[in-house]
Design a protein around this ligand. Structure first.
Ligand SMILES: [Zn+2]
Length: 227
């Protein structure tokens, strides 16, 4: 898996300092700063501590099966600025380089928020996944347009909720199929929207969100068939 993060710190220098301190308990394979400079922190063959408590496709030890890239951005707690073009260019080049050396399928290029919904929001809705996908990195589909509908939300129950839970679980998200739309599902939907339907992140499964998920599952089936 290739897992993308933002640093969530004031400066890339502070992140570099923190990520190299033993007492921080965190590390990553690469750090990219706003100017597009790339620092390798941990060899790709070694395990880094970047995912924390996470879950994807039933796997909880994400650190043991992933390469982690920290992309400098102060994050949601500090005005969440745009990712500069120089930084995105470097991320793109670095990802392509990593993917040329490891057999990582497109649907396993993920956001930290995908594997830790509710707990993590990085790299967030301003991160340009579409740009990466155009460069052959990750799986991304054009989001279905947002309509007038309210969609499913907390408190809803029934077969449609169960179908939604099954689809999310099928894609890899850590959801239980319970037929009840609880706060866990709301967080997973918000994480899904942050990555795949960033125009509105409200944790509600409207038609646009559900249709985007359906498109994504179809695209994944297609990409697996190609391999
Ligand atoms: Zn992170």
């Amino acid at each position: 898996m290739l897992l993308l993060h933002y640093t969530g710190m004031d400066s890339a220098e502070a992140a570099l300092d923190w990520l190299t301190r033993e007492e921080s308990g965190v590390s990553c394979h690469y750090l990219v700063d706003a100017e597009g400079r790339i620092a390798q922190m941990v060899p790709e063959s070694e395990r880094a501590w970047h995912a924390g408590q996470s879950l994807w496709q039933g796997e909880t030890d994400i650190n043991s099966c992933s390469i982690g890239i920290e992309i400098h951005n102060p994050g949601h707690d500090f005005d969440y600025p745009d990712f500069p073009d120089a930084e995105m260019r470097a991320v793109e080049a670095l990802c392509r380089d990593i993917l040329s050396r490891h057999a990582i399928p497109p649907h396993r290029v993920l956001a930290h928020s995908d594997v830790a919904p509710g707990r993590k929001r990085d790299p967030g809705e301003k991160f340009d996944w579409q740009r990466l996908a155009r460069a052959g990195i990750g799986l991304w589909v054009p989001p279905a347009p947002i309509g007038e509908d309210q969609g499913l939300g907390p408190g809803d129950e029934g077969a449609m909720v169960a179908a939604l839970q099954r689809d999310l679980l099928d894609y890899g998200y850590g959801v239980e199929v319970t037929t009840t739309y609880g706060t866990g599902l709301e967080k997973v939907i918000a994480a899904f929207q942050r990555h795949f339907r960033p125009a509105r992140i409200d944790g509600r499964a409207d038609v646009s969100t559900r249709e985007t998920l359906a498109r994504l599952l179809a695209a994944r089936a297609g990409s697996i068939a190609q391999v």
